[in-house]
Design a protein around this ligand. Structure first.
Ligand SMILES: Cc1cc2nc3c(=O)[nH]c(=O)nc-3n(C[C@H](O)[C@H](O)[C@H](O)COP(=O)(O)OP(=O)(O)OC[C@H]3O[C@@H](n4cnc5c(N)ncnc54)[C@H](O)[C@@H]3O)c2cc1C
Length: 310
């Protein structure tokens, strides 16, 4: 992309905020990825709209980034605009929270409990932003963020900003329609509860402790690599991809510094200087091991950011 041309078209205040050549490894929890031509942090809907419309006018590819906790970025980087959603206002009206999509999701859960509002504590410790959680319908322990959405302010690819209800999202397992529609989530209203606060606070502490036991806390990762498999019969639970990966014997696999996490076969950790090629090669071996043993095709949950996919 022609960075200078894009910069020239920005108002001076926004020109000062954008970061040419920012390293994607600094913006993703797996700590892999080369430079992005331009990273544009949007603190409010107007800024997001301006960054997006300029990219559209100059025919520049645009990728929306939240906390980067579900992303593998290519070592060659991304020759386009990374729109980093950093809208972070938080308002309370009784049991409804209006929250910026750039708020750290876990921090939002802590803040909601401080305000005496319960419900989201099941998701305590999920990294990333509220926007990323909504787009991927993040969940665990049998609940998902989609259950809480009243409506959201979105930016459409044509530049229109609108408030839409949950029906626009098509919430399903770790997925929404937003990946196809290309809508950017800027803000959301969440319906919280006024439940038993001490129980909710204890539950939050338990969930965080559980994550510390089971997830990589000292090593960079991007969470579960593959989606869980559909339930074998209606009314039953999804089948953990980690179970099949374990049975397929992937635990000791590694490619360069990309390793299968010892405590969770569905996670890849960066033990040092893993490259995107290392991570892709390891994920392909894990997938093949399950296909060979069980004749099952695992599907990636983590998004790949590159010039080809962005
Ligand atoms: C240790 C660890 C544990 C995890 N545990 C869980 C878990 O229990 N449950 C779970 O569901 N996930 C889990 N994850 C995965 C990840 O944290 C979630 O998917 C998270 O919600 C992603 O949010 P993010 O802001 O980091 O999104 P990113 O990784 O930045 O982006 C993910 C996708 O969402 C899009 N996106 C992000 N923000 C917006 C926006 N505002 N508007 C439009 N599109 C947007 C991006 O383009 C990309 O396609 C875990 C990850 C790690 C590292």
């Amino acid at each position: 992309m022609d960075v200078q041309q894009y910069l020239k078209a920005l108002p001076p205040a926004e020109r000062d905020m954008v970061q040419p050549g920012a390293r994607l490894r600094e913006l993703t929890t797996l700590r892999v990825g080369g430079p992005a031509a331009l990273v544009c942090p949007a603190h409010n809907p107007e800024q997001a709209s301006r960054f997006q419309s300029l990219a559209r006018a100059q025919d520049i590819p645009l990728f929306v980034l939240g906390g980067g906790s579900n992303i593998l970025a290519d070592d060659r980087g991304f020759d386009g605009v990374v729109l980093k959603v950093e809208c972070d206002r938080l308002l309370q009206d009784d049991n409804i929270l209006t929250a910026g999509a750039g708020l750290d999701f876990d921090h939002l859960i802590a803040r909601s409990l401080d305000l005496g509002l319960t419900g989201l504590e099941f998701a305590s410790g999920i990294p990333g932003t509220l926007g990323g959680a909504i787009v991927g319908n993040a969940g665990c322990y049998g609940h998902e963020i989609g259950e809480f959405l009243v409506d959201a302010v979105i930016l459409r690819p044509d530049g229109q900003i609108e408030t839409v209800g949950p029906e626009e999202f098509g919430f399903r397992y770790r997925e929404t329609d937003l990946r196809e529609t290309g809508h950017v989530v800027l803000e959301a209203r969440l319906r919280m509860q006024r439940g038993d606060l001490p129980t909710a606070i204890a539950s939050r502490a338990e969930k965080i402790a559980d994550r510390r036991r089971k997830h990589p806390v000292d090593l960079p990762s991007a969470g579960s690599w593959f989606r869980n498999l559909p339930a074998p019969a209606p009314g039953q639970r999804r089948q953990a991809a980690g179970h099949f990966l374990e049975q397929a014997g992937v635990q000791k696999m590694h490619e360069g510094d990309a390793h299968v996490f010892t405590k969770h076969a569905n996670m890849i950790v960066n033990a040092g200087q893993a490259s995107s090629a290392d991570v892709l090669a390891l994920a392909a071996r894990m997938k093949k091991a399950v296909a060979d043993k069980f004749d099952l095709k695992l599907i990636e949950e983590v998004r790949y950011l590159s010039d080809a996919t962005g």
